[in-house]
Design a protein around this ligand. Structure first.
Ligand code: HEM
Ligand code: HEM
Length: 187
């Protein structure tokens, strides 16, 4: 129910960014084996989303800005200690640990897409084929290994991300997933 205490937190672009990212990330995982064209397209979508999010983190709306949710390591640690004792403060935007997770996710996603482009380029396909790999086909195994490592590492972070969202929702008796859909929270 909408009431006067609802605060607008996540603007439509942040919400679209998030759910398209979730979809494209799932497509990338489901296609890596057999559908390399689709896999690369999902990767291009993710690369574009990341580019947008980096800009939006500087020029975007209040709670979308890095300055709103990127905190010092000391405040992240003290937040996690409070969390351990179930007394972590509720925040309207991302909490300090959530902010750190977002930075980690954005960085590992950037590395994953970039090494994917390199692995693809080394096989003679994609934009890197003409730029970094002008002579058709190089060995792509090395880049594939690095790419695989970071893809797995990103998935590992996503699991912790989901645990954090679940725990935060339970602790403050609010539905954070719903907020990422509707864009609002209780004031
Ligand atoms: C965040 C985005 C991405 C995710 C999560 C992802 C995930 C994966 C995974 C899990 C593999 C399997 C690794 C293995 O078993 O060897 C893989 C392989 C690969 N990916 Fe990606 N990828 C992403 C983006 C990209 C992009 C942007 C490109 C290039 C345009 C790309 C190109 C490749 C290539 C060439 C392989 C090797 C396929 C093979 O072993 O034949 N990926 N990716
Ligand atoms: C169905 C699975 C997922 C759910 C339910 C979910 C839920 C959420 C929620 C509730 C938030 C806001 C957290 C807060 O209130 O502080 C959030 C933020 C975020 N999530 Fe997810 N998430 C999912 C999957 C993913 C995946 C797969 C990725 C990346 C590969 C991801 C990356 C992010 C990022 C980057 C943010 C920050 C949003 C922003 O400010 O731009 N999420 N997620």
């Amino acid at each position: 129910m909408k009431n006067e205490y609802e605060i607008k937190v996540w603007d439509p672009l942040v919400r679209s960014f998030h759910w398209i990212l979730v979809g494209a990330f799932a497509v990338a995982w489901l296609t890596e084996d057999e559908w390399m064209d689709l896999h690369a397209y999902a990767g291009y979508v993710i690369a574009s989303l990341l580019l947008f999010r980096l800009l939006w983190g500087v020029f975007g709306t209040r709670y979308a800005r890095f300055s709103d949710f990127v905190k010092s390591p000391a405040s992240v640690i003290s937040y996690l200690q409070d969390l351990r004792h179930l007394r972590a403060k509720r925040t309207i935007g991302h909490n300090p640990a959530g902010g750190a997770m977002i930075v980690a996710l954005l960085v590992t996603l950037l590395i994953t897409t970039f090494t994917g482009l390199l692995a693809y380029g080394a096989t003679g396909a994609g934009p890197m084929a003409g730029v970094l790999f002008p002579q058709s086909s190089y060995g792509s195994e090395f880049f594939e290994e690095v790419h695989e490592f970071f893809a797995n590492f990103t998935l590992f972070l996503v699991v912790i991300h989901l645990a954090g969202v679940t725990f935060g929702s339970l602790l403050h008796k609010e539905n954070l997933v719903r907020s990422m859909i509707t864009g609002t929270k209780q004031g």
